[in-house]
Design a protein around this ligand. Structure first.
Ligand code: DGL
Length: 273
């Protein structure tokens, strides 16, 4: 038993896809969420910058004495090196491996698509993870850089015409590749799940990377005897920019009230060490 919180972070709202699944699977766990909204997006930045931000975000969560850190960001997960992992000093996981495992289990044709940020797709991390599980699977990637700002600005309703048009454009090469499974390799993208599903005519199995890492966390905590004693269930949100827009979109997506639970931290707090 361990009643300490699980720490979850992302560049912004995307990691809420993991939070939603954690709340469903592990309602008695205490959660601390950090969204680096003052520096979002990460996906258009250099590898070095992404790695630096990631270690600062992790240091912030460690100050809260968390028992597990979930890197609920495809971009950070795809840039994580063994050296960085070794420095974290707290059990942790990114989204790449759990999502790759789910995609390999789901595909019948051996044709898997991956959409993510520019940095994620450029890194080739999902392709490597998939081939390490099943070398016979063909992977087709496409970057969708406009999805993150659309989500961060609340353009998330399935009938939003702008988002639907952008999705059509980005998903065209994926449709042409005739994949039967598509990894939503950025945790912001499942917030657009219905939009993406509609464009693909509901014919492709969508793998939600944020959800898959939550499932991994459940198995990990149970296997390591680190689940809470059942008395938890609190959630606190921290953001590095104004809490209002975050709270609005977060409530819409999570289906629960978050205002009053969102605290703003200064970027200096992240960078002062
Ligand atoms: N949710 C992040 C990811 O999974 C967003 C990336 C960004 O900040 O550009 O990649």
């Amino acid at each position: 038993m361990d009643n300490r919180a699980i720490g979850v972070f992302d560049s912004g709202l995307g990691g809420l896809t993991t939070v939603k699944e954690l709340r469903r699977l592990l309602p008695q766990e205490n959660l601390i969420y950090f969204g680096d909204t003052g520096r979002v997006p990460y996906g258009t930045r250099s590898r070095e910058t992404i790695r630096q931000y990631a270690m600062q975000d992790i240091a912030f969560l460690k100050r809260h004495d968390v028992k597990l850190i979930i890197i609920a960001c495809g971009t950070v997960s795809s840039q994580l090196t063994p050296e960085m992992s070794a420095k974290i000093g707290v059990p942790h996981s990114g989204v790449v491996l759990p999502a790759a495992q789910a995609a390999c289990a789901a595909t019948a044709t051996g044709r898997v698509g991956v959409i993510g940020t520019t940095a994620t797709v450029r890194s080739g991390a999902y392709g490597r993870a998939i081939r390490s599980i099943n070398p016979g699977v063909h992977v087709f990637g496409n970057a969708c850089p406009l999805f993150v700002p659309l989500v961060e600005n609340g353009f998330i309703q399935p009938d939003n015409e702008v988002t639907a048009k952008v999705a059509e454009l980005y998903l065209q090469p994926i449709q042409q590749a005739e994949v039967d499974t598509l990894i939503l390799g950025c945790t912001h993208y499942p917030i657009l799940y219905e939009t993406i599903n509609r464009v693909l005519g509901y014919r492709v199995t969508l793998v939600d990377a944020g959800k898959e890492v939550a499932r991994w966390a459940q198995q990990f905590l149970s296997a390591e005897d680190l689940l809470s004693d059942g008395s938890g269930g609190t959630i606190s949100f921290y953001v590095s920019d104004s809490p209002e827009l975050f709270a609005e979109t977060a409530e819409l997506f999570l289906g629960e009230r978050v205002s009053g639970k969102v605290h703003q931290i200064s970027l200096e707090l992240l960078t002062d060490r």
